[in-house]
Every structure is written in structure tokens, then in C-alpha cells.
Design a protein around this ligand. Structure first.
Ligand code: ACO
Length: 360
């Protein structure tokens, strides 16, 4: 598997590769370039929970070389050394930690986890056992300040990877639920989609939270959000659970965030097409410019929409950007490419830089 890993990712000159990709498919990379440059201004320490994997190690080398981040690699040292040697990676000044070898640290972390969760049914025995899991160990490194951000999720499914972080890091003050956002890069302006990763069937009030988190995150990327809450109906044209939920969320969001440009419920083409809006719904706040930020009524619709754009829409989807965690945790899509991992590290670093001035 390692040999094919080398053959499949013969990328040695990262910048040339980026440029070639951009020219080939015409995707506007300005936003991502801006994020990467911002990350380089103040690189942070990023712990990779799944470092005994070629793609993670290659991404770690790239972010180290480009001074985007200082990686800490979690994994079996012998295995990591074997991959480094076989694939000629240069990671000589990265810290490598094998949680199995760190008896003292593991015990310290197990005690901390036990303290947090002893009234949630966790025994000390199970806490010690869980600390052998690198997602628990990595989350605890972030929690105790030994790292500034955590990247995981390449090899396990999203829900299993996020759970240790939900238990250890948890949500930031004033936030009920975390949610995930994708940046959709294409030939035109960037679009932002949420929630594409966490909440299966959010209530209207949860959608309001998602709207607030998403608006803040889009602004982090120096873009003013123009938000549409999506449905299969336009402004009450059909009644039903999904349309009603969307309309209620919009009403409440307008009250809670009076400065925000937001409207709905509406269909996706209505949101994206300002001519259609002007002709049929000139009263809409979005009639001037159309939407750049889409809030989906369910995880099903959001997840399917971005994956289709990625596979057949010729767009590049960057994310998921996890929003509302008390500290920067970002979970990769299963099987992410090296390029996607590098992008996520840049986002995690910028997230860590912004860590002290979050507000909605
Ligand atoms: N925000 C914050 N905390 C949460 C959230 C949330 N959205 N959901 C659960 N939690 C907390 C709970 O409060 C609980 O905390 P506690 O133990 O301290 O009381 C803890 O997390 C565990 O809660 P459970 O109820 O055991 O977990 P649940 O079954 O709700 O699972 C999960 C949470 C894993 C996020 C679930 O909602 C899920 O599987 N979502 C879908 C994930 C997914 O598969 N996404 C699609 C693929 S992702 C992609 O395409 C990249």
C-alpha cells in the first residue's frame, strides 16, 4: 500500500502543482491563497491524530516547509519512520509522539478526562483505555494547550472522529451545537454551505444557531455573507415541515442578527439567481445580489449538494470547517487528498489565530 502511495502522489513541487490545477480547471483560488498567507503570518502548532499515514506525513512536510504550521505527529514511531524512509519525506524537525509510549502523559490525560466525565458514566478504567485512542489523546493535547489545533478524520468516519473532541473540547460559550461548513470554490465568487457535516435534522432554533456560526465564519474569510435558507418551496409557496422550519428560522435569525442579509425559505436556484429573485420576489433582501451562503434544512440535503458539486459540478469543496468548538478542531473528509489536508491545516491555523476574538 505504501509503494502505491508513492506512485499515486508524485507531487514534489507544490506551488507548480497548485498553479497547474488552477489553470487547468479555472477555479478561482484567491480565497484559499488569502487564507494560506494569513496562516503564514503566525504559524500555530497543529497536532495530527493520524500521522502513520503517507498523506498526512506529506501534508505535514508541506505545511512545515511553507511555514504554515508546526506539526506534531501522533502515531507509532516505527511505522512513521518506515513511511518517511520509504517515501523520502523530510520531517526531521517534527515532533513525533506515540501515545502508547507516553505512560505518564496518558495517565495525566486519563485523570483529566475522568474528572470531566465521571458523572457521565465514565470509569477511570475506561478513561485510561480511551486515552490510547489518538483522537482522545490529541483532543487532550489541544485542551491542555500543548497544541493550538487538531486535525484528524482521514481514516475513520466523521461521527467516530468528532465524538472525542465533543467530549473533551466541547462547544464554546453561548453555543449549543457545533456545525460544519464547506467553502465551494468555483470559477465565480466563493460560496459557503452549512450545515454539511454534523446536525442531522436541526430544529428552527438550531438553524438560527447554525446561521449565526456560519455568518461569523464567512466573515473570518473576509467575505460578507448573503444568506439563503433553502427548501423545496419559495417564501411559503408550499407548506410543510421543511418550508415552515426554514421560514421560522429566517424570521428568528432576522431578529437575533439584525445586520445580517438573510432570506428564505427558498429554492436553491432562486437563491443563486438574482434575476429570478428580482422578477418574482423583488421584496427579498437577496434581490440585489443573490446569495453566497446557503443554509440547508437537513444534513442530507447539504451533504448531497456539496458532494455533487465536487464530483460533477467542477467545483472544489474546502472543508468541512468545524464551527462552534471551544478550540480549533477540524475533521477531514474520509480519504482527503494531500492538497485538501494542507488547505484544512491553513484553515485550522487561521482559526487558532482568531481563537481569542470570537463573537457572533
Ligand atoms: N454540537 C455539540 N455537541 C454535540 C453535538 C453537536 N452538534 N451533537 C452531540 N453533541 C454532544 C452531546 O451533547 C454529548 O455530550 P455529553 O456526552 O457531554 O453529554 C456528546 O456530544 C455525545 O452525544 P451523543 O448523543 O452520544 O452523540 P450523538 O449520537 O448525538 O452523535 C454526532 C453526535 C456523532 C455528531 C452525530 O450527530 C452524527 O453522527 N452526525 C452526523 C455525522 C456524519 O456522519 N456526517 C456526515 C459525513 S461528514 C462529511 O461528509 C465530511
Amino acid at each position: 500500500a505504501m509503494e502505491s502511495g508513492v506512485a499515486r502522489y508524485p507531487i514534489t513541487n507544490w506551488e507548480a502543482y497548485e498553479q497547474e490545477l488552477q489553470e487547468r480547471i479555472g477555479i478561482d483560488q484567491k480565497l484559499m491563497t488569502r487564507i494560506t498567507n494569513q496562516a503564514k503570518k503566525d504559524p500555530k502548532t497543529v497536532v495530527f491524530a493520524e500521522a502513520d499515514h503517507y498523506k498526512i506525513l506529506k501534508a505535514a512536510q508541506i505545511v512545515k516547509e511553507q511555514r504554515i504550521a508546526n506539526p506534531i505527529l501522533l502515531g507509532n514511531k516505527a511505522r512513521i519512520a518506515a513511511i518517511i524512509e520509504e517515501t523520502n519525506l523530510d520531517l526531521h524537525d517534527c515532533v513525533i509522539i506515540d501515545p502508547y509510549e507516553e505512560d505518564e502523559k496518558r495517565e495525566e490525560f486519563a485523570q483529566l478526562l475522568y474528572k470531566k466525565r465521571q458523572r457521565k458514566g465514565l470509569t477511570l478504567f475506561d478513561s485510561r483505555r480511551q486515552m490510547r485512542d489518538r483522537n482522545y489523546f490529541g483532543s487532550m493535547m489541544l485542551e491542555t494547550g500543548e497544541a493550538d489545533a487538531l486535525i484528524s478524520g482521514l481514516t475513520r468516519d466523521y461521527s467516530k472522529t468528532i465524538l472525542p473532541s465533543l467530549q473533551i473540547i466541547g462547544v464554546e460559550d453561548g453555543i449549543n451545537k457545533v456545525a460544519g461548513m464547506y467553502i465551494i470554490l468555483n470559477k465565480k465568487e466563493p460560496y459557503f454551505f452549512a450545515d454539511t457535516t454534523v446536525n442531522v435534522n436541526p430544529t428552527a432554533d438550531e438553524l438560527v444557531d447554525i446561521i449565526g456560526l456560519t455568518a461569523r465564519t464567512v466573515r473570518f474569510f473576509d467575505t460578507e455573507p448573503r444568506m439563503a435558507v433553502l427548501s423545496y418551496s419559495n417564501f411559503g409557496s408550499v407548506r410543510g415541515d421543511i418550508p415552515d422550519k426554514g421560514a421560522e428560522a429566517v424570521r428568528k435569525a432576522k431578529q437575533r442578527y439584525p445586520d445580517l442579509i438573510i432570506d428564505g425559505e427558498m429554492q436553491a436556484n432562486t437563491a443563486m439567481n438574482k434575476n429570478l429573485l428580482r422578477e418574482h420576489y423583488p421584496f427579498s433582501e437577496l434581490a440585489e445580489k443573490g446569495a453566497n451562503t446557503l443554509v440547508f434544512p437537513t444534513l442530507t440535503s447539504g451533504n448531497i449538494a456539496y458532494k455533487l458539486l465536487q464530483e460533477i459540478g467542477g467545483a472544489e469543496a474546502i472543508g468541512p470547517v468545524l464551527m462552534g468548538m471551544r478550540k480549533p478542531v477540524h475533521i477531514l473528509q474520509l480519504g482527503s487528498s494531500i492538497r485538501e489536508i494542507v488547505n484544512m491545516v491553513s484553515i485550522a491555523v487561521v482559526d487558532a489565530q482568531n481563537y481569542n476574538n470570537k463573537h457572533i
